[in-house]
Design a protein around this ligand. Structure first.
Ligand code: PMP
Length: 369
């Protein structure tokens, strides 16, 4: 990428679509006009061509290696974002089951997933953090459990409130479903604990447009033959993610991101260490600010991806966002539904960007406290 263009890139704290690794963007730029061996752009080749099948197969192989996805799980690259999964999960896994779907409501996204599931069948809310504005998580022992549940749905990281399960929850025999959209690929995850995981790509895994589903093969049997084809996991699995034209460019970019994680970062454990180090810099500023910065999440479930906090007034929130922007720290405004500040510090946000934000926060406090 031309160096003068790179110099204009700001530190981007957007919650998604979010920052992508510079070396990934540079490789995509190099290959943009002619994808090696094809004489055309990756945007211009058939999804049934051998070149694209190689891209798709490679993305899946790398993802399986990176996440150590066990045999007996199918990986799907779909479209429709995580929101379509809010519906596809109950359409495929709740219809014709004897028990209800159980939802753990830890924030906005879990709540929205639950609303969609209600359209498909019986739902039981096993925990709801609304009373404390979704600032905490339940411990697994506090979840009501009914043995015959069709599945239990959690959101590993609530992007808007900034609360995150610190580790994979254990739920016994219940099929666990996880919306892992905003912490996918940020740390190792024990896939075998889950019946199904899904994630939209536009936080840690690539551009908007591709959604990753990892499903235990046995669960594919639950997809009713009467489901519309696109909405059936079984149809997608049978077609190897080529039921229809997939988001080809998104799959290509996802493949590059996964390779970046393997080759440049050194895997998910290394990524996790970096992410912990980045998040702790910001939480330390919050904790030493004597209440100037008020974090939303309880300390034991603070998100390593989305750091959410407020200043003493809405006016100061506005001034913070405006001044940060003029210092090259952009997209820090909290989600429109909750206000305040949100620093999304996904994988591709560099340590130097987080350090610059931490320094700006201390400086802003000293000028405004
Ligand atoms: N779940 C979570 C945890 C999210 O953060 C988001 C998007 N911010 C969604 C679901 C919805 O994703 P999409 O817009 O791709 O449907």
């Amino acid at each position: 990428m031309a160096r003068d263009a790179v110099a204009h890139r700001l530190f981007n704290f957007c919650a998604g679509p979010a920052a992508l690794p510079l070396s990934v963007l540079e490789q995509a730029q190099r290959e943009f006009l002619v994808f090696p061996g094809t004489g055309a752009s990756v945007l211009e080749i058939s999804h049934r061509s051998s070149a694209f099948k190689e891209i798709l197969g490679d993305a899946e192989r790398c993802l399986r290696r990176l996440l150590t996805i066990p045999d007996g799980y199918t990986v799907l690259f779909l479209q429709g974002g995580a929101r379509l999964q809010f519906s596809m999960v109950p359409m495929n896994l709740l219809h014709n089951q004897s028990g209800p779907a159980q939802y753990v409501l830890t924030g906005t996204w879990g709540t929205k997933a639950c609303e969609q599931a209600r359209r498909e069948g019986p739902v039981e809310v096993v925990w709801d953090g609304a009373e404390t504005d979704y600032d905490r998580l339940p411990s697994a022992s506090r979840w009501n459990s009914s043995k015959n549940a069709a599945y239990r749905h959690i959101t590993s990281n609530e992007t808007i409130q900034g609360v995150q399960f610190p580790s994979d929850p254990i739920v016994g025999d219940t099929v666990l479903i996880c919306d892992t959209s905003s912490d996918f690929l940020s740390r190792p995850i024990e896939i075998s604990h889950y019946g199904l995981l899904y994630a939209c790509a536009q936080k840690n895994a690539g551009p908007a447009g591709v959604t990753i589903v990892i499903i235990r093969d046995q669960l594919l049997q639950r997809s009713d033959a009467a489901l519309p084809g696109y909405l059936s996991y079984r149809e997608h699995a049978l077609a190897g993610s080529l039921y229809n034209t997939p988001c080809t460019f998104g799959v290509y970019m996802l493949g590059l991101v996964v390779r970046w994680l393997e080759d440049e970062v050194g895997g998910l454990e290394a990524m996790d260490r970096i992410n912990r180090c980045k998040a702790s810099q910001l939480y330390e500023v919050l904790d030493s600010s004597e209440g100037f910065y008020q974090g939303h999440a309880q300390p034991d479930c603070r998100s390593l991806m989305n750091v959410t906090f407020r200043l003493p007034s809405d006016e100061l929130d506005d001034a913070f966002v405006g001044q940060a922007e003029s210092e090259g720290l952009c997209a820090l405004r909290g989600h429109r539904s909750v206000g305040g500040i949100r620093a999304s510090i996904y994988n591709a946000v560099p340590v130097s960007g987080v350090a610059a934000l931490a320094e700006f926060m201390q400086d802003f406090q000293s000028r405004n406290a």
